[in-house]
Each structure stands twice: as C-alpha cells, then as structure tokens.
Design a binder for this molecule. Structure first.
Ligand SMILES: Nc1nc2c(c(=O)[nH]1)N[C@H]1C(S)=C(S)[C@@H](COP(=O)(O)O)O[C@H]1N2
Ligand SMILES: [Mo]
Length: 201
C-alpha cells in the first residue's frame, strides 16, 4: 500500500467523495510559490482584461472593492497531492466582471497574468464556470500576501496552479498559450478528477 493509500484509508466516505484520486487532505494551508512574493502597492494596484474582446475593463483597488460580491465554498487541490477540503472564498465572480465587456466570438482561451511574472492558461469554458472568482478573502480573513493577496484568481475545478495568485490581468486568446508551469511539463488542462498532472502521464 502506498503512503497516499494509507492516508486515504483513514478518511470517511464523505471525505473520500470530495477527494480526487491520489490526493490527501491537509489541515494547514501550505504556501506554494515559484520565486519570491511580488511587491504590491494598493495605491497603484490595477486589474484589467485584455485581448479578444470589445470594450475595456480596468479597475483600481477601490473600484474592485465596489463590485458586487460573492461567497464560494469549495475545495482546493494542489498537484503536489494536498487538498484543502471546504474553504470559503469571497470576492468578485468572473461572470460578474465579464458582464462589463463583450468577448469576441473567437475568444476561446484565457491566460491569467500575475504580478511578478507568473502566468497560467485555461480554456475560456473553464474560466466561465460559476465557481470561478477573483478572491480577496479566504475563510473570513483578507488574503495574505503569501496566499496571493490582495487578490487572486480561484478556479476550484482545476489543480491550484491555475489559480493565479496576485492576478493583475486576464487576457483572452483565440489560440491557446501555455503558461509558467504548463511550459515546465505540467498538464495543459489540469483536471484533478482525471489526474491531469503532467503533460505526458
Ligand atoms: N502568481 C503565482 N500564482 C500561483 C503560484 C505561483 O507560484 N505564483 N503557485 C500556484 C500553485 S502550484 C498552487 S498549489 C497555488 C498555491 O496557493 P497557496 O500558496 O495559496 O496555497 O497557487 C498557484 N498560484
Ligand atoms: Mo500547486
């Protein structure tokens, strides 16, 4: 029996139902960042949409805070095999933001860009999932800098490397463009239920 299976043997059926294959439950919230935290100044902070769309969307920190808000309780799965089960994010739904521009019919993919240079790509259809949000709060606390504060993208249905911390821009594309980890061999899509971990699994 593998170490992973030994952990999983202790879980309740309810826990196992929510736990994708090959994952174990973590009680603590690990910090996973490639490189140093970026420096972010709220006075100049800005989030924008770009690429294959009509209109413009760009908000200051104050304007972001005035957008209609949502609360999403969901799970978080890291490809390094930990899952956080049942955590609540608060922020602004991507769908809410997308009401404010008009995507062109050829927009099929998105790339999230972070302060500090990290990027990650996903199909537009996954970004449009109703659980996807730009979160500034987790379990009632403002998001710390380590966890992507002041604001990060959260895409619960894909491995957490798709949930770009310190998100500053979402770009809409016609043709897919792999991001940081996708270029290092992580799976282009990253569905935890299908164990889409590495590109050539
Ligand atoms: N900007 C940025 N976002 C990122 C990362 C990163 O290195 N830089 N790491 C990703 C990975 S691999 C995971 S598992 C989650 C971890 O989020 P956490 O550190 O809040 O647990 O953030 C993702 N988003
Ligand atoms: Mo991760």
């Amino acid at each position: 029996m593998s170490a992973i299976d030994r952990h999983r043997a202790r879980y309740t059926p309810e826990q196992l139902e929510r736990l994708p294959p090959g994952q174990v439950i973590t009680e603590k919230w690990p910090i996973l960042t490639a490189g140093p935290n970026p420096r972010i100044d709220l006075a100049t902070w800005n989030f924008r949409l770009s690429g294959r769309m009509e209109g413009e969307f760009s908000v200051s920190w104050e304007e972001f805070g005035a957008l209609p808000r949502v609360k999403v309780t969901t799970d978080m799965h890291c490809v390094t095999r930990w899952s956080r089960i049942g955590t609540t994010w608060e922020g602004v739904a991507i769908r809410e933001i997308l009401k404010r521009v008009k995507l062109l019919p050829d927009a099929r993919f998105a790339v999230a860009h972070s302060h500090g240079g990290y990027t990650t790509n996903l199909p537009l259809a996954d970004l449009l999932d109703d659980e996807v949000l730009l979160a500034d709060t987790n379990d009632g606390e403002p998001l710390s800098i380590d966890h992507g504060g002041p604001m990060r993208l959260v895409v619960p249905k894909l491995y957490a490397w798709k949930s770009a911390k310190w998100c500053r821009e979402i770009e809409f594309l016609t043709d897919d463009r792999p991001g940081f980890w996708e270029n290092y061999g992580y799976h282009n899509h990253g569905d935890p239920w299908k164990e889409e971990r590495m590109w050539r699994d």
